[in-house]
Ligand binder design. Structure first.
Ligand SMILES: NC(=O)c1ccc[n+]([C@@H]2O[C@H](COP(=O)([O-])OP(=O)(O)OC[C@H]3O[C@@H](n4cnc5c(N)ncnc54)[C@H](OP(=O)(O)O)[C@@H]3O)[C@@H](O)[C@H]2O)c1
Length: 291
């Protein structure tokens, strides 16, 4: 039976994995939290792996407070750069396949064609810089790793744009939402499902583990304004949404204007289908009504 470690159980993506592994009989899963594996503590990382052996290690944990990272640079780099490198070292020692999650923020965001994994990087925020440095350090430590970049992650777990819109939409009569940042929302369940499908294909010998950098978001393209409008329509919320430009919402960390990902590499390499963001949003809202 293959042994799989998911680091960061309590985050959006970790929680999506936790829900989806029920009923899987081709692997056994271990989940870590900040309590059982504090990624800012190098000796804790080393001792965690000293008596365990995994076939796959998936790192869903990260420093994700994009604006706060501008003033907490050290912490952002500890979690997003140092920790992935140390995990990659441990994976290397034990022969585990390492899958690390990264972000569209490694790109500058001023392109206008779907971002390819090997396209030019120019992160403009501390968060983006720490994540890019993390990708580079882990690949250097263990070139047999896989980095999967995603964007605009949301889910029924934790805090995210969907949850903020649902709350504000009920409190306010109207909202201004930016329409000059373009990307694709990604339902955390779809990313977890995609990674589980890839691991199953590798474990059952139908596909090889091919190291490198991949992109995964839902299909389709929209602005945050379009996303908000669809959330309200699907949730039956009558709050009006007005499109505004990003300069009306100054933030400590700049956001990429264009984050649409080219997902052809992951789709073709692992023969997976990715749902359209509209279908996934409908599914997520339906799941939330059952909670
Ligand atoms: N959210 C997005 O829009 C987005 C977009 C693109 C890429 N990504 C990437 O996707 C991945 C998953 O994101 P997410 O939204 O699921 O993140 P998230 O919800 O913020 O979860 C991050 C997890 O990291 C854990 N963590 C924080 N400090 C830690 C420490 N010192 N030791 C161990 N664990 C620690 C957190 O634990 P606690 O719960 O205890 O705090 C939490 O479980 C990340 O790599 C992120 O960079 C996210």
């Amino acid at each position: 039976m293959s042994e799989i470690l998911i680091i960061g159980r309590d985050g959006q993506l970790g929680s999506a994995f936790f829900e989806q592994i029920r009923g899987i009989d081709w692997a056994s899963f271990t989940f870590s939290t900040i309590e059982t594996l504090d990624l800012t503590n190098p000796s804790a990382i080393h001792s965690f792996f000293s008596d365990k052996k995994f076939d796959f290690i998936i790192n869903c944990a990260a420093y994700t407070a994009v604006d706060k990272a501008e003033s907490e640079k050290e912490m952002a780099f500890a979690l997003n750069t140092e920790a992935p490198k140390l995990i990659a070292d441990e994976a290397n020692k034990t022969g585990a396949h390492f899958i690390h999650i990264s972000t569209d923020y490694v790109f500058g965001g001023n392109q206008c064609r779907p971002l390819k994994p090997d396209g030019p990087k120019s992160p403009e925020s501390v968060y983006g810089q720490s994540k890019l440095k993390g990708e580079e350090s882990l690949m250097h430590a263990n070139p047999k790793s896989m980095v999967i970049r995603t964007a605009w992650l949301y889910s029924r777990f934790g805090q995210n744009f969907l949850k903020t819109m649902l709350r504000l939409g009920k409190e306010k009569e109207s909202l201004n939402v930016v329409f000059d940042q373009i990307g694709t929302p990604t339902l955390a369940d779809d990313l977890a499902h995609g990674i589980i499908t890839i691991m199953e294909k590798i474990i059952t010998g139908r596909k090889p583990f091919i190291s490198g950098v991949y992109h995964f978001s839902n299909e389709g393209v929209c602005s945050w304004y379009d996303f908000a409008t669809s959330i309200f329509e699907k949730a039956g919320i009558t709050c009006k949404v007005f499109p505004v430009e990003s300069d009306q919402f100054p933030t400590p960390a700049p956001r990429p204007f264009y984050s649409v990902m080219d997902k052809s590499l992951i789709k073709e390499t692992y023969d997976i289908e990715i749902p359209h963001w509209q279908a996934s949003l409908t599914k997520c809202l339906k799941d939330m009504t059952k909670m």
